[in-house]
Design a protein around this ligand. Structure first.
Ligand code: NAP
Length: 434
């Protein structure tokens, strides 16, 4: 028997559990830990609420979760409730699948002003992550600046731009829907420090901007390279450029729309304001060897909110070696130390799609199989249960989550898939165990 602890119940965690089942069948017991009483990590709190088809992948994780050799251990936080060393004493392998839930900092003057957010916080707000449910963004100014040219910037811009009707069949939480209902935001400026050929946005996500009911994208044709230059791009990027070119050429835009404006070659240099955001100072850039270099030309965008969508970092865990520059655990192809591994964004940083985590999970289990060829006699599950009881931990099981799930589905507004609980206490209450 092998005892595996996976820390984190998002895509990387569940794909790794799936791989462990494939590798050892009935000869493995997998415990999947999560700080929250609810599973699926990024699927629940990261993926955009209007991308329900992407969220459907959770059904696959559910089939893994419901096998008797896999167990969900929710509401247990590594570092608070037990240490990595304690987990290692109990399990043959501890695999950190904790994702990258922390915002990278812009490192700009004014970043600490109220109404400047990182995307983890802002996305967490509209997705009902308990940590960010009380964010209360001030949406009373007509311009919002979104920094970054990745898919998260597109998610944030799209959610700000959509009408209430367009969000009706999403699982956006009630407080965010109410906040957006009262929103005065009419202009969303997406700042890219480099150019159209350097975007990290993907075609499908870009194409959604052209289908909004009361908003349209705006691209300055002068920012686009000559069309022949697109020929050397990979297929995805070439398609994305096709969308940007169509946005630039569109002359049928409705004049009263909310606008989603792409400002390329535009690096934020400071966030200005007295006690609140009033403007963003931007420096025009040009590309030198693929890098954005300031030209010295600056301008100000009056704005009331800034959301930095510039990537994420893994949260450090006491006693686990950390790669500061990479913003992830220090590791060699997933190995951190004997018996300690990482997978997914915690291993490679916040890149790739949800599906990228599947091969990642299978690869790490292959390594565990090589490193730990036989039964080590560790206590595994019963050992953790004893410790949990001794510490009085209020562990939430998968069957408890199913009750939370039922309650959320039952509370959904008309047309929506669910109304999420946004407080840990309320989630636990819904399990009926308190
Ligand atoms: P990302 O794809 O890495 O994009 C980050 C963007 O921020 C880049 O354009 C980067 O520009 C810019 N940036 C970084 N530091 C900056 C700074 N100091 N000032 C100005 N700009 C800065 O990250 P992401 O958007 O957070 O997405 C993370 C991952 O999740 C990606 O793999 C993404 O595709 C995935 N995702 C997918 C979906 C979907 O499929 N629907 C939705 C959301 C997220 P440079 O290129 O110049 O560094």
């Amino acid at each position: 028997m092998r005892h595996i602890a996976i820390v984190g119940s998002g895509p990387a965690g569940y794909y790794t559990a799936e791989a462990a089942l494939k590798q050892w069948g009935d000869e493995v017991r997998v415990d999947i830990f999560d700080t929250l009483p609810v599973p699926f990590g990024l699927i629940r709190t990261g993926v955009a609420p209007d991308h329900q088809s992407i969220k459907a992948v959770a059904r696959r994780y559910e089939s893994t979760a419901l096998t008797r050799n896999v167990r969900f251990v929710g509401n247990v936080m590594l570092g608070r409730d037990l240490s990595v060393a304690e987990l290692q004493e109990l399990y043959d392998a501890v695999i950190l699948a904790t994702g990258a839930p922390h915002d990278r900092k812009l490192g700009l003057p004014g970043e600490e002003l109220p109404n400047v957010f990182g995307s983890a916080a802002f996305v967490g707000w509209y997705n009902g992550h308990p940590q960010f449910a009380g964010l209360h963004p001030d949406l009373s100014h007509q311009t919002a600046v979104v920094v970054g040219n990745g898919n998260v910037a597109l998610d944030v811009a799209r959610i700000l731009a959509k009408s209430e009707d367009e969000l009706a069949d999403s699982d956006i939480v009630a407080h965010a829907l109410a906040g957006l209902h009262d929103s005065a935001v009419r202009r969303i400026v997406i700042l890219g420090r480099r150019g159209p050929h350097q975007i990290a946005m993907t075609p499908k996500e870009l194409s959604e901007l052209a289908k909004l009911s009361r908003a349209h994208p705006v691209v300055d044709a002068a920012d686009l390279p000559p069309v022949e230059a697109d020929a050397g791009l990979d297929t995805g990027l070439r398609k994305s450029l096709g969308h940007l070119r169509a946005f630039a050429a569109n002359e049928d835009n409705r004049p009263d729309d909310v606008t989603v404006e792409f400002d390329f070659f535009a690096a934020p240099r400071a966030i200005l304001g007295e006690g609140r955001v009033e403007a963003v100072e931007v420096e025009r850039t040009r590309l030198v060897d693929g890098k954005a270099v300031g030209t010295g030309e600056t301008y100000r965008i009056p704005a009331g909110m800034v959301i930095a969508c510039i990537g994420y970092q893994t949260s450090p865990i006491p006693d686990v070696p950390y790669d500061e520059q990479g913003g992830r655990f220090a590791n060699e192809e997933g190995r951190i130390a004997p018996g300690l591994y990482c997978v997914g964004w915690a291993r490679r940083g916040p890149t790739g799609t949800i599906g990228t985590n599947r091969p990642d999970g299978f690869a790490i289990i292959e390594k565990v199989a090589v490193d730990i060829p036989g039964d080590s006699g560790k206590p595994g599950r019963p050992g953790f249960d004893t410790l949990a009881e001794r510490r009085g931990l209020q562990v939430v099981k998968f069957t408890d989550w199913q009750k939370i799930d039922e309650a959320e589905v039952a509370a959904a507004r008309t047309g929506a898939p669910r109304e999420k609980f946004v407080e840990v206490d309320k989630m636990i209450e819904a399990t009926g165990r308190v």
